[in-house]
Structure formats: C-alpha cells, structure tokens
Design a protein around this ligand. Sequence first.
Ligand code: SF4
Ligand code: SF4
Ligand code: SF4
Length: 326
Amino acid sequence: MDLEQLRKTAAEVVARDDVKYLIGWKKGSYGSRVAPAFVEDAASVIELIFSPSCTANLATYLTLVEKTPLPRGQETDKRKVALMAKGCDSRAVVQLLVEKGIHREDVIVIGCPCPGMIDQSLLAGKYGDTEERSEVRWNGKDFTLVRGGDEIEIPRNDVLAEKCRLCRHPNPVISDYLIGEAVKEWDPAEDSGVGELEAKDVDGRGDYWEGQFSRCVRCYSCRNVCPLCYCQDCILDRLNPTWINRAVNFSENTAFNISRAFHLAGRCIECGECERVCPANIPLGKINRKMAREVREKYGFEPGLDPDAEPFQASFKPDDPEDFIL
Ligand code: SF4
Ligand code: SF4
Ligand code: SF4
C-alpha cells in the first residue's frame, strides 16, 4: 500500500466542503492492533494507515453512526462520508446501496486492494499477546512482525484470517479512488469448516449447534458489528409481540441465531466480523458461509457485487414453478 498516495487522496477528500469526514484506520494502543479513525481535516490524514491488522469492516459505521436519532432541533448533516474499503468492505457498501440503506451520492469509497489480513487471535497464540506496541507488515508472500526492534518473518498461513483464506474478492468491487494497484487474486481455500458440518447427519449437526449456541451469552455483538444488521426496528428488541424471549438458554439462543442467519441469507457478504467479535468464540461464519453457498449454488446469486441488482429476498421469477405451494 502506498501510504503517501492514501494520505494525499484523503487530504483532498476531507478538504471538500461536501465531505463530513473520512473513516479509515489508525494505529491502536495495544500490540499491533489498529483502531478506527474519523478524519475531519487534512492535518489529521497523517494518522491513516493500511496494514495487515486492518481486519475490521468499517462499513458498519455507515449505518451505525450515520443513522442514530438526532437530538431535538438538530439538523441532519447531509455531507458525504468517505470510507476506506477493502474488497469485503466494499461488498458491504454495494449491498447497502442495493437495499437503499445508503445512497450512492452520500458515500465516497476509497478502495484499498487487499493482500489479506491477519487474525489477531492466531498471532497472539503463536507469538504471544503483549501490550508492547508492534506492527505487522506485508512482505510480499508472507508477513513480518516488527516488535521490540526485532523483525520476525511469519508464514502467511500461520496467521491469515479465515475469511481471507476463503476470499473471492480481495479487490474493491466499487470505488471512487483506488489506492495502489489491484492485487493478484488467489484461489480460495476449500471451506473445510462448512464441509465438516455438511458431512454430519442431521443429529450430528443438531448436537454440534447445541454445543455452540448453548454458550451464547446474547451480548448481540454479532448483530451490532454487522454492516448489514441495521434494521431500526430489530426483531430482537421487540417486546410486543416478543418474537424471541430474552431468556439466555439453548432454545432462545438458537431462535436468535437462526433468525439472524435467515435475515442475512443472500445479504451476508462474508466479512467475518460477527465471528471475530463473538466473546464465546461461536463459529458464526460457518452458518453464514453455508447460507451464502446455498444462495450461490442454488440461485446463482452473490450479494454485494452489483449495485443495480435486485435484493435477493425481495426478488422472484414469474415463471417459478413454486411446487412447494400446495
Ligand atoms: S476477506 Fe478478502 S478483502 Fe476482506 S480482508 Fe480478507 S482478503 Fe481482504
Ligand atoms: S456475539 Fe456471540 S455470544 Fe454474543 S450474541 Fe452473538 S453469538 Fe451470542
Ligand atoms: S453476518 Fe457476519 S459475515 Fe455476514 S456481513 Fe454480517 S458481520 Fe459480516
């Protein structure tokens, strides 16, 4: 990544009168972690970075921050928001456009071709979890961890995030500015997680998910981080009728997780954020990727690629035989 080009572009964008701020990444305060940066003026673009630690999908802020209720008397800020977006993040932007969750004229996409991101838990497991400031860099084929004056070469597959092993779209699918050159795409790995589940019989799958969903603490981090979980009136918050009871037990936890998976069918862009933030380490990606694969293989549809596409769950074919309707 050409940081100079990124910062120059960012400075140009935030200097515009019709731009509110740019959402990107900056160095964090713990180990090699990074933090979201809300850059409002050209002087602050120096904070911006793009590194293998920028795993998070910042597209969620387009609906999380921008749609909050305003204090009485406060006018809506109609200026554009600029967003740094990797391939998966850009797919979230496209899906939001398809659903009219955001409008094209309200967002400026700074496309960041992505060579693959690290999984911080894999890094911590192999190289220790330490507060000491460090940095992970791409070094062509693999990664380099720069810590305490040492440079440690890390084989790519030791710490590559699962979503990146499986990635089919590392280059931004939509952008107003592209930083650097498109990366060469790689063959996605076999999805062994979904494959193992498919190999189980119905009882085996039931036992597997009972073991997983029983551990859910209903913190709703998965919902809150998801760029496509942005309904203002979420089924989970409803009291009358109470679609999903607040009791934390296997039955209600399953109702929650299954409802969420179905609400994301044909919409999830496989950014892996829900699984990344789950404090119970529930492999939510397996559900989402299974649903995505079904939609891809059975209906030939992949969300977040075409801003002019029909929303999957809101489209039909007039000549659909509809044999299932009695
Ligand atoms: S899923 Fe693809 S675009 Fe997203 S972080 Fe991984 S390699 Fe980059
Ligand atoms: S993030 Fe994990 S623990 Fe929290 S509600 Fe979602 S599945 Fe349950
Ligand atoms: S369900 Fe998970 S993987 Fe899919 S878009 Fe939402 S956060 Fe990303």
